[in-house]
Structure formats: structure tokens, C-alpha cells
Design a binder for this molecule. Structure first.
Ligand SMILES: Cc1ncc(COP(=O)(O)O)c(C=O)c1O
Length: 416
């Protein structure tokens, strides 16, 4: 089980902490890796302990520092979730706690449902992942939560929206944005939020860059959200979602909504994700390095109108944001091909190593046509405003040899 006896200790660097924290083999018969605790219910040591556990779970009392509150029922929490949540914290600079969910969308919807009520507003950067767009416009807006979209990278418009939106409860930024990679200035948004009398919370979907390349909590954000399905899990074989936060109260609040909605990550999935965490940084750095080589090799190809990639930003404002808030450019880029949808489809058809599939952050390279897949719920004018053209192909670079990928993309482009 999770090591609850928290001795004062010097915090090591994330790559070390991830291998040494959050799991005490003594609590699992000496096993070097945690067991999977599939039990749905937990036996109380006494009726008083059960009463206490429920009082804590319902927020009626606060547990004392280092108190060993007994587990209740696995929809609320379970040992594998506790272990995983403890081990996620050192990966996120500035985090004190984390909560795990059964998908990225579960994490995002739980976050918004916890913080927003009918009559409140969410300022959000656009473009954003299609599922988040659907959640805001198709599910939450009819319940009276108003999305206020702002074009990613338009800092003046973002600050104005944060200053002027009535009943603003949440600023939700996806940066870099899926699939155009446009960046939003997190520190500036956090500053604008703190200038309001009633400060809205700032949450960042850090799926594309984090937790290795971008550290939103250090830049003033309150919450970081991940589709753990992507880089955190890394193998296209499980769904998961994570929220990390600078303060424990927000996470306690999210866990309580999670218990009601029933969208905690299951024990087997927690175990799997836990085993992937020590290699997140290795994988992401390798993938980002490969993407840089590939993009360098593609620059200037006559069939490419434009490459969207943080390392190639031409807009000085985008360059400034990238340099200020990211350590590496990441492993996702989008190619805007001459010839629109037909060229994009022909390009995808010719790929053999890279799979024509949605999702990203996997060991294998993946490519898709956002306008007809991940972002197909957007209207033509929304797509145009968001800069998602019919010729746009999004590529997530895996860990194959980058020279093979570059050859494959160059050959596919040459044949168009
Ligand atoms: C940026 C971003 N956020 C959230 C999600 C949703 O994650 P999940 O598919 O794990 O629910 C995705 C999925 O592609 C995404 O790209």
C-alpha cells in the first residue's frame, strides 16, 4: 500500500523520486512491485474506524497529519490509486497531490463539474481537443455553464476575457493546442486571474508537453490535466486521466466528485500506468529529439505549405511563449499540405510505418486528419477560425528510428 508514514526527507530529482516514492514494499509482503488490489470493499478494523473513514470521506472532518484513514470502497479510492497518485506528484513540478481518472475526458469533466455551476463561465483557449469542445458546448452549455472561447496565443484577448467575463469560475487552457500547436501564455493568464476580486482557477491541459517539458503549476496555474492515455501511459493500450494540483484541497474536492460520478481509474489500470511512469521522461525526450530531426528534414518540401511545430514558430509572440514555458518542442507536429483534403488523404494512405490512427504520445508513430476525425464536430467556420485546414495532417512521432520516418514522409510527399 501507499507509504503513509511520511518521514521528513530531501526531495530528489523527478527521475529518482519516481523510482523511490509512493510504495512501501513492507506493506505488500516485501514485493518489489505493488500487488494489484482488486477488492471492491475494505474490512474495517472497528466500527469506530468505519465511522471515522466515512466522516473524512464526506468532508465532515479533516484527517490529522499522518493519520491512517482506513479505505472504504474502491469507487472512492483503493491502494493502487493511492500508490499511483503519490508517485505522480514528483513528476509534476510544483504539485502536492494528484487524482486519477478512467480517461482524460473523465478528468476534464470531473474538474469542470466540480468547479462550475449553472450561471458560471469558463474562458477557454481554442482550438482544443474535440472531446473537450463537445463537453463544453454539447453537455455543459445546455446546463448553463457558458464557454467563452479565446484564440490560442491572443494574449490581449485572453486577458480581456479573464478580466471582463461575468461569474468566471475557470480558465481552461490547452497549450500547445491540438492540432495546431499554438501556445497560450500560462503565466499571463494566471496573472490576469489573480487581478480579479474573485479569482477564477486556472487549469492547463498539459497532455502534449507534460509533465516533462512544460510546468504549468510553476507558472501560476492551479491545476494540470492529462490524458494519461497519451505520453504517461505511452503504449496505446490503456485509457487514463490525471489531475495534479499545487494545493491538496482542490484534489480532495475532485476526489469527492469522482466518488459520486464513479470514474476513478481501476486497480489494474493504475498498476499499469504506475509501471510506465519511470520511462515517461526517457520516452518523451527521445520522441521530441526525433521529431526535431524529422521536421528539420521536411522544411522546404514543395508539397508542404506550412509546418506547425514549436521549434519552427515564426510568429515572435509564439516564439516568446514557447521559449518562456517549454524545455523542449515535443514530438507532435502538423503538416499543412498543398492540395487540401485530397493531398492529406493521399499522404496518409502512403504511410507504412506510421499508423493512420487518432491519439498521440505512443511508442509507435501515429498520423491523422483532424478536420475529418478528432475535430470533425467543429463547423467549417469554427475549423477555419481555429486554423484547422483540410490539408492539415497531425503526426505524433514514436520511438522508431527517425531516419526511417523522415524517409517515409519524404517519399509520401514526393509521390503526391
Ligand atoms: C489534448 C487532449 N486532452 C484530452 C484528451 C482526452 O483524453 P482521453 O482520450 O484519455 O479521454 C485528448 C485525447 O486525444 C487530448 O488530445
Amino acid at each position: 500500500m501507499a507509504d503513509k508514514k511520511k518521514e521528513p526527507r530531501v526531495r530528489a530529482r523527478p527521475d529518482t523520486e519516481i523510482l523511490t516514492r509512493g510504495f512501501d514494499p513492507r506493506l505488500s509482503v516485501g514485493s518489489a512491485r505493488p500487488a494489484v488490489f482488486r477488492s471492491t470493499t475494505y474490512v474495517f478494523s472497528s466500527p469506530e474506524s468505519a465511522e471515522r473513514a466515512f466522516a473524512v470521506a464526506l468532508g465532515k472532518v479533516r484527517p490529522a497529519e499522518d493519520e491512517d484513514v482506513e479505505l472504504i470502497y474502491s469507487r472512492l479510492s483503493h491502494p493502487n490509486a493511492e500508490i499511483l497518485e503519490d508517485r505522480l506528484v514528483p513528476l509534476e513540478e510544483g504539485a502536492t497531490s494528484a487524482a486519477v481518472f478512467n480517461s482524460g475526458m473523465a478528468a476534464i469533466s470531473t474538474l469542470i463539474l466540480t468547479l462550475c455551476r449553472p450561471g458560471t463561465s469558463v474562458v477557454c483557449s481554442v482550438p482544443m481537443y474535440g472531446g473537450t469542445h463537445l463537453l463544453l458546448y454539447e453537455v455543459l452549455e445546455p446546463f448553463g455553464v457558458k464557454p467563452v472561447p479565446v484564440a490560442a496565443g491572443d494574449d490581449a484577448a485572453l486577458r480581456r476575457a479573464i478580466a471582463e467575463t461575468e461569474n468566471l469560475r475557470l480558465v481552461f487552457l490547452e497549450t500547445p493546442a491540438n492540432p495546431t500547436l499554438r501556445m497560450t501564455d500560462i503565466a499571463s493568464a494566471a496573472q490576469a486571474a489573480s487581478e480579479r476580486a474573485e479569482r477564477p482557477l486556472v487549469a492547463v491541459d498539459n497532455t502534449f508537453m507534460g509533465p516533462v517539458f512544460q510546468h504549468p503549476l510553476q507558472l501560476g496555474a492551479d491545476l494540470c490535466v492529462y490524458s494519461a492515455t497519451k505520453y504517461l501511459a505511452g503504449f496505446s493500450d490503456m485509457l487514463g486521466g490525471v489531475v495534479t494540483a499545487a494545493g491538496p484541497e482542490l484534489v480532495a474536492h475532485l476526489r469527492s466528485t469522482r466518488a459520486t460520478l464513479g470514474n476513478i481509474l481501476q486497480p489494474d489500470e493504475c498498476w499499469l500506468l504506475d509501471s510506465r511512469l519511470p520511462t515517461v521522461s526517457l520516452r518523451m525526450k527521445t520522441q521530441s529529439g526525433s521529431a526535431e530531426h524529422i521536421v528539420d528534414g521536411l522544411v522546404g518540401h514543395e508539397r508542404i505549405e506550412r509546418i506547425h511545430y514549436p521549434g519552427l514558430f515564426e510568429d515572435p509572440e509564439q516564439r516568446r511563449i514557447y521559449r518562456a514555458q517549454c524545455d523542449h518542442p515535443g514530438a507532435i507536429f502538423s503538416l499543412e499540405l498543398r492540395g487540401g483534403k485530397q493531398a492529406a488523404f493521399d499522404f496518409l494512405r502512403r504511410l507504412r510505418i506510421t499508423k493512420n490512427a487518432v491519439s498521440l504520445g505512443a511508442m509507435e508513430s501515429l498520423a491523422c486528419h483532424p478536420a475529418t476525425t478528432t475535430h470533425s464536430e467543429m463547423t467549417p467556420s469554427q475549423l477555419e477560425r481555429a486554423g484547422i485546414s483540410q490539408g492539415l495532417v497531425r503526426i505524433s512521432v514514436g520511438i522508431e528510428d527517425w531516419r526511417d520516418l523522415l524517409r517515409e514522409y519524404t517519399d509520401a510527399l514526393d509521390a503526391l
